[in-house]
Each structure stands twice: as C-alpha cells, then as structure tokens.
Design a protein around this ligand. Structure first.
Ligand SMILES: Cc1cc2nc3c(=O)[nH]c(=O)nc-3n(C[C@H](O)[C@H](O)[C@H](O)COP(=O)(O)OP(=O)(O)OC[C@H]3O[C@@H](n4cnc5c(N)ncnc54)[C@H](O)[C@@H]3O)c2cc1C
Ligand code: FES
Length: 268
C-alpha cells in the first residue's frame, strides 16, 4: 500500500511584505504578495514563527496581493508592527463566510462601520465605488473615536465622491468641521420609504454593533436585511477547536459574517 500524504491545513504559507503604511499611531496596513481567491469579509490566520498567530481580516486585495490592517495590541501584532518591506509574513486562509456580495447587487446598500470595523468592509466599498458591484445607492457611516484614530484617510476622500459618506467622530475637536456623535445618531437620520431593496451591514466593536443593530430594528428594518461580522477569539479557524463557539455556532466557519436574524441571539 502506498503512503498517502495529506496537506496539513494548519500549515501557513510564506508571503513577502511589499508595502507598509502607517494608518494611525498603533494601526498600519501591510500589503503582502499572494494569489488567493477571496470574498470581502473573509479573514486569514496571520502568524510569525515562535511568536503567535491571530485572525486578521482582509482589508483589501488584488489579483496577486492582499492587505491586512492591524492594530498593535499584543504579542503578535506588536511584532508584526516592526516588520519592514521585503520581510516575510506567514498566513493561512482565507477563512470564514464573506459578505453575500451577490445579494448586494442593485440594492440600496447601507454600511455602518466603527473604528477598525472599516477594514473588513473596505474591499466591498471599493468594489462599489469602482463600479464592480453595481448598487442603487451606498450610504456609508464610518465612526471613529477621534481624529487621531481615523484610518484609510485616502480612501475616505475617494469614497466621499462616490457614496453618501458620513464620517463622524465621537466628540467635537478643534479644527474638525465634519460630523460628530455616535454612529447610532446618524443611523437615526436615514429615511426608508421601503425595505424591499435595502441591505444593511454593521461592523465594529461589540457595543457599537449592539446599539447600531438595535437602531435599525427600531427603524423597522427587517432582521433578514441586516448583516454583521463578529470578532471572536479564535484558534484553529477551521471549525475544530471550539475556541470561537457561541452556543452551537462556530464563528470561524459559520461566520464571521452572519445574518442578523440568526446573529441577534449571539450578540451579548
Ligand atoms: C475574524 C476576526 C478578524 C479580525 N480582524 C482583525 C484585523 O483586521 N485587524 C486587527 O488588528 N485585529 C483583528 N482581529 C483581532 C486580532 O485577532 C486580536 O487582536 C489578536 O488577539 C491579536 O493578537 P496578539 O498576539 O497581537 O495579541 P494578544 O497578545 O493575544 O493580546 C490580545 C489582547 O489581550 C490583551 N492582553 C495581552 N496580554 C495580556 C495580559 N497579560 N493581561 C491582560 N491582557 C492582555 C492585549 O492588550 C490585547 O487587548 C480580528 C479578530 C477576529 C476574530
Ligand atoms: S477557531 Fe477553532 S473552532 Fe473556530
């Protein structure tokens, strides 16, 4: 009997960093060289040998490159922040359900993203503004704590021209002439004549998702029209270890993008 070999799904592959861009004091975007088939909203397990591994969303991609926008909060992300162009980054994936892009075609799309939650929706917004994903309209509410925490400043300028963008910071700051207040206050200003062709995406910190989804429900938006993305502690990313489990849901394979009609019971 001949020996059979099975590819180890836990084994990462090496990618070369081809660009590094600082977004804020603690956040940065890495572009790595890789050819992968990706759906917006998916994530990779990103690692460095002998340091660690963590799930990171794809913040954009092209035919032979992937971007990750990372906040240095701990052991791995802190080490990655020190990497330079030409150095290696290890990744495995893509994992998880992405956004149901086909359902968004010709919809009136509303995206509410808070802080680093803008990263997973960025490829989708780009597809809309580049005309790859035709929609009837795009309302985008991007909320940040303060001016210093705004990421993707170049993209936001471009998105402003091609969508109904509300860029808001929590409180008024000197020199800021844009919108202020929490994203929920801006959701309240949206007007819906019909929900027929509406699709809503909410991505951000758990507390923001909780109140933003509640706000849409108060506006009578059907739960089935709302999509959320969960950031949950993960290990394998493959539906095996159970680290990401909420009740019977494995967020790594059943999510991270979930319909709110299902996810409502998982939001604590
Ligand atoms: C689907 C998904 C997508 C994600 N996408 C992104 C993304 O696009 N960008 C991104 O930046 N992050 C993302 N994350 C989050 C990221 O995976 C975590 O922040 C990850 O834990 C970082 O790994 P680390 O080793 O750098 O941090 P860790 O060292 O594991 O630290 C993680 C947290 O624990 C705290 N901590 C660490 N050590 C201690 C200690 N001794 N005592 C108390 N607290 C401690 C840290 O302050 C930090 O807040 C995503 C998560 C998921 C699930
Ligand atoms: S991370 Fe292991 S089961 Fe989801």
């Amino acid at each position: 009997m001949s020996a059979q070999t099975t590819a180890n799904p836990y084994l990462p592959f090496v990618t070369k960093i081809i660009a590094v861009k600082a977004e804020t004091e603690s956040e940065f975007t890495l572009t790595v060289q890789a050819v992968c088939s990706i759906t917006p909203g998916q994530f990779f397990q990103v690692s460095l040998p002998r340091i660690g591994e963590a799930p990171i969303s794809v913040s954009n991609y092209g035919s032979d490159w992937i971007q990750f926008t990372i906040r240095a909060v701990g052991k791995l992300t802190g080490a990655i922040q020190n990497l330079k162009t030409g150095e290696n980054l290890f990744i495995r994936g893509p994992y998880g359900t992405g956004f149901p892009v086909d359902r968004f075609k010709n919809s009136r799309l509303v995206i509410v993203a808070g802080g680093s939650g803008v990263a997973p929706v960025r490829p989708l917004v780009d597809q809309v503004v580049n005309g790859q994903l035709p929609v009837k309209s795009l309302d985008l509410i991007a909320g940040f704590k303060n001016r210093a925490s705004i990421i993707f400043t170049d993209d936001l300028v471009q998105w402003q021209q091609k969508s109904n963008l509300t860029l808001t910071i929590d409180k008024q700051e000197e020199g800021w002439d844009g919108a202020t207040g929490l994203v929920t206050e801006h959701i309240r200003k949206l007007r819906f004549d019909t929900f027929d062709d509406l699709q809503v995406i909410v991505v951000g910190p758990p507390v923001m998702m909780k109140f933003a989804t509640a706000e849409f429900r108060m506006l009578q938006v059907p739960a089935e029209r709302i999509w959320v993305s969960f950031e949950r502690l993960m290990s394998c990313g493959l539906g095996k270890c159970g680290h990401c489990k909420i009740d019977y849901t494995y967020v790594c394979v059943d999510g991270p993008v979930l319909n709110y009609s299902y996810a409502a019971n998982l939001i604590d």
